[in-house]
Design a binder for this molecule. Structure first.
Ligand code: GRF
Length: 212
């Protein structure tokens, strides 16, 4: 059973999607800790509702970035986390934390990367006039939303869309592809070569295993 650590700053609907998949026994994982940099993040309530341990690490308590990140790292290690899942975590992590979990940290982003990285991306997509946007799950590297892409989902941008309606349509896809990416990781089906992430076919993998 894979031990997950989830970092979230907000509502935690992606966290909920992962909790639900675990509860439905579709993900062979256990969330060991939910960490937030916001005391009032609803994600913390969602975690508590499911008996998941929580930690709050704020920049008010740890104003020096290195000390803040050391706390995050310590909390993840103390909980025995094997895969770090950033689910609406709105703070950049320092290279030290990222290096502590090489190719064992994922993020979800509400656009088709590399288009529209950073913040307010649904608004940027509407303003630019793209006809399609979507969601991306990627491994985290030291850049902003630049890590190797694991899965993407495409959604149409409608003439009638507002930031809210487009965000809602994208979020529904996020809730589908984030658990899927974690499942592929659990099944050891992800191979990273440079920027590219290859997804092994389970049948091919089974043949290779049998030949060993
Ligand atoms: C999602 O749109 C995610 O892609 C972005 O922040 C939002 C978090 O939503 N990084 P939630 O907290 O999971 O509801």
């Amino acid at each position: 059973m894979l031990k997950l650590g989830v970092l979230a700053s907000g509502g935690g609907s992606n966290l909920q999607a992962i909790i639900d998949e675990i509860a439905a026994k579709k993900l062979d994982a256990e969330i060991r800790v939910v960490i937030s940099n916001k005391t009032d993040a609803y994600a913390l309530t969602r975690a508590k509702n499911h008996g998941i341990p929580t930690r709050v690490i704020t920049k008010e308590a740890f104003p020096v970035k290195d000390a803040f990140d050391a706390q995050i790292c310590r909390a993840l290690k103390e909980s025995g986390v094997e895969l770090v899942v950033l689910a609406g975590y709105m703070r950049l992590l320092s290279p030290a934390v990222i290096r502590a979990f090489p190719q064992r940290m994922m993020n979800i982003h509400p656009s088709l990367l590399p288009s529209f990285s950073g913040l307010h991306v649904q608004q940027k997509a509407l303003e630019y006039g793209v006809k399609f946007s979507g969601a991306t799950v990627h491994f985290v590297d030291e850049g902003l939303d630049t890590g190797p892409i694991i899965i993407q989902a495409v959604v149409p941008v409608l003439d009638s869309d507002t930031v809210e309606s487009l965000s809602k349509r994208i979020l529904a896809e996020e809730h589908r592809i984030y658990p899927e990416a974690i499942r592929l990781f659990i099944e050891d089906r992800l191979t990273v070569e440079g920027r590219r992430v290859f997804i092994k076919d389970p049948a091919v993998r089974a043949i290779k295993e049998a030949k060993k």
